[in-house]
Design a binder for this molecule. Structure first.
Ligand code: PLP
Ligand code: COI
Length: 331
């Protein structure tokens, strides 16, 4: 099967900001994009993106999951990188028209249509390292997807990194390519040396997140995960799962979690850990690698609470459970 995000719909919606106002959006081919080779976004990384999913329900309808949250984060990321201001109503309409156009190519669950809004500074001025781009391009790319991590529910191996950071601390809550590029070297090294699937970034011993997903410790009736601060990405999936967990009567502890506490707690055979994200959904973690030592998380297998939480989330996304929170938008 093709890797996650490697198949694209042939067209996307696109709009440009000319320094004063947004153009109307139009459909353009998705296999090429034109802007100057000196574009600000290419040289100084004034470029942000989002990731959300559209799901096909049994009745054939298509629903977007928590689009408002992704639009809010796109607005915030754009503002923090001094990009032109997002027109939320325009982007919402661009997402809906793109998803609608390719509705018949939305995979059945557990697949979905992954939606990738992208906003790039386009000023052609390579002297502008210390000033923002006044123009930009925004487009909505679509990719039908299945699982992000290959191997289904094979529990992941995470290298615990206690020194290095994923990205600069003030950048963590911005969904920008530079943050992923910044983490790439260490991740490749971790894969090569430890056959790790990902790095769990824990700068100074503070358990933060991985390269492309949030981290949840699930210990009995309690979920522990880092409280929101600017150093890491405020996941929509994280928020959704914490909401559902609280409704199931679980104790949700959003607070600092140290590596020492994590390692102590995963020794409990009933303890679970998992990664949450739009792409990752809720993927179990089976092994931590710390200082060259492999530490099994609980039983080392996917645990019942991870499965229960993921099912509750999927039930809403797939239209099997009630959408009590108004998380779904029809297209
Ligand atoms: N953290 C990082 C670095 C990510 O790339 C993602 C994926 O989007 C997440 C966390 C999870 O965020 P969300 O649940 O909004 O997809
Ligand atoms: C997402 O979960 O939407 C992400 O952005 C992760 C991505 C690296 C596939």
């Amino acid at each position: 099967m093709a890797g996650f995000g490697s198949v694209f719909m042939p067209e996307m919606t696109l709009a440009r900001f000319d320094g004063e106002r947004w153009s109307e959006s139009s459909f353009v081919p998705s296999d090429s994009l034109s802007f100057h080779a000196g574009a600000h976004g290419l040289h100084y990384s004034s470029s942000v993106f989002e990731g959300l999913k559209a799901f096909k329900h049994n009745d054939g309808s298509i629903k977007l999951f928590r689009m408002d949250r992704n639009l809010a984060r796109l607005t915030n990321s754009s503002e923090l990188l001094s990009l032109p201001p997002i027109d939320v109503a325009l982007v919402e309409q661009m997402i809906i028209s793109a998803v609608r156009k390719f509705a018949d190519q939305t995979p059945e669950p557990p697949g979905s249509m992954y939606v990738r809004p992208t906003h790039i500074g386009t000023d052609a001025q390579i002297g502008a390292a210390a000033s923002p781009s006044e123009t930009s391009v925004l487009y909505i790319l679509l990719s039908p997807v299945g699982n992000y991590f290959s191997g289904g529910d094979r529990p992941l191996r995470l290298l615990v990194e206690e020194q290095g950071m994923r990205c600069a601390p003030h950048m963590g809550m911005i969904k920008s390519g530079g943050n992923y590029a910044s983490a790439l070297g260490p991740i490749l090294q971790a894969k090569k040396t430890w056959q790790a699937d990902q790095i769990l970034f824990c700068p100074g011993g503070d358990v933060q997140e991985t390269g492309a997903a949030n981290f949840l410790l699930i210990d009995g009736n309690e979920i522990v995960t880092k409280n929101l601060d600017p150093s890491f990405l405020h996941g929509v999936t994280r928020d959704s799962l914490l909401t559902l967990a609280a409704e199931m009567g679980m104790t949700v502890s959003e607070r600092a979690l140290s590596v020492d506490e994590l390692v102590d707690r995963v020794a409990n055979p009933d303890c679970e850990a998992a990664l949450s994200g739009t792409a990752a959904v809720l993927t179990p973690v089976g092994t931590l690698i710390r200082n060259g030592e492999e530490i099994q998380v609980g039983s080392g297998e996917v645990g019942p609470t991870t499965l229960k939480l993921r099912q509750a989330l999927n039930d809403i996304q797939w239209g099997i459970g009630e959408d009590n929170h108004g998380w779904l938008t029809p297209i």
